[in-house]
Write a protein that binds this ligand. Sequence first.
Ligand code: HEM
Length: 416
Amino acid sequence: MSEVDEMVLTYAAKRASRALLTTPGRLDPYPHYAVLRDHEPALDTDTGWVMVSRYADCDRVVRDADFRVGDREWYAATFGDEALRDSSRLTQDSMLFTNPPRHERMRKLVSWAFTPRRVAAMHASVQARVTQLLDELADAGADGSTVDFNTAFAYRLPMSVIGDMFGVPEQDRAQFGPWAFDLDATLELTQTRQDLDRADTAAAAMMDYFTELIAHRRRAPADDLISGLIEVSNADTGDDRLSPEELLSNIALVLVNGFATTNDLASNGLALLLEQPQLLDRLRADPGLSPAYVEEVLRFESPVQLVMRVVGAPTELGGVSLAPGHLVVALLGAANRDERRFDRPEVFDPARANNQPLSFGAGPHFCFGAALARLEARIAFADLARRFPRIAQAGPAVRRDRLTLRGLSELPITIA
Ligand code: HEM
């Protein structure tokens, strides 16, 4: 390839990376991902990040110890202690923002409270929540009127499930969604000052709420996740249990990570199925297909489109040399559409073989809630198909203007 050709390709890739920072690019990032994968699979952008878009490279970034998450020490060294905002203060002592050995210690402790037994035991309560919300949806849509699937179901399901898991009263749960959505803005590649201020307000409210809830559960333990986490924590910092800061931070993390993502999985998924009613028919005839449907929704419209890392040791990725401190953006949504890994990736095909999208990440930070999110979505899709044979889209879906967390804010449907 001539030098001029190379310059043209790099220029196209840089344009694609910049497009991802605009509203049209966020709403439909896939053509830009394709340009990045083909022309500059590891693009050193002008904005100080290296954007990685192929499956193999993204997989390495999330698994390999050369790449670290931006932890408290990195944050202080990069921005200074005084720049720490409430939104970062809330989650910086959680698993997601810590590296080994602290991360391993914490993940082990939290897994004691979040055992497969506890998740399996949630099957009945998740099923009950799905049934209850679908009953209400059936009532609202029985006369043929249009119902917004997002507010009626997709948003309320994770709110109910996390509320049950935390064991908090129904009236407290209404604030969970707005808190999670406001805080999730900090995961985007760009934020406005207003986004950051809103995230801080949500973080301060969450700190107050969970501090009080923890104090309450210390006095009166119950059979819930908060009490389980208190059991593996200690009121004083200093031994190998969760410190008070880690306890609070990991509880907040479960809410921040588990809410919008699961909401988006349900809405993105139903929108895809409504585009191809024959797929809904197939699922109705064989509910056992639901797990494969969920994996394909995760691949095709990943609720988490990217994760960030900081280079820890000198290394090379996609032909680019990386020095410690370099920021890397692993575009999971682009990796999931990589034709080097998936046959005909632009086709939504729940029957595809060997479907292992990177939507829950991989390696040390692999999603802690994957089993729960899968459980919720598998039950939801199977029951939606079974209960509503006439379900149809009743108007245009509205997509949220975010890149990192991809989802819908409205999905109008009719069921009668
Ligand atoms: C469809 C739904 C979900 C998706 C797509 C998703 C995606 C992800 C991804 C990509 C990561 C890795 C982040 C990274 O490597 O930087 C992650 C981590 C995490 N997720 Fe999820 N998630 C979902 C649901 C949940 C739920 C329901 C919970 C909790 C009940 C949860 C809790 C967590 C936690 C605690 C971590 C941090 C793990 C660690 O750092 O070791 N997630 N999730």
